[in-house]
Design a protein around this ligand. Sequence first.
Ligand code: SF4
Length: 96
Amino acid sequence: MIKIVRSKELSKNREGSMEEYIRDLATVISNIMIIGKEKAARCIFFDRVTGTCTLLKFDVDIPTLHTIQINNEWRPRIDKHPEVCAVCPFWRSREG
Ligand code: SF4
């Protein structure tokens, strides 16, 4: 289960221990994943069948990403990497 911590709580922990710092980082990463999943679910370029982005394509397989090769191009598995959507500037709404 993901616990969402408000940014005010994060700033309170700035003077805290390494454990608190790591917990803060985990919270930020969790937020990135939640935002990315929401953006993917609503993006016109997300292919729900393959779990890939149909816009982002690479000429080579990226070792740090789960990918699928389609027509000599490598598409990132957005269902495995919602963080890609969180920072993506190409998002377009399915709702027009
Ligand atoms: S937000 Fe970006 S990476 Fe994610 S599915 Fe849409 S275009 Fe692809």
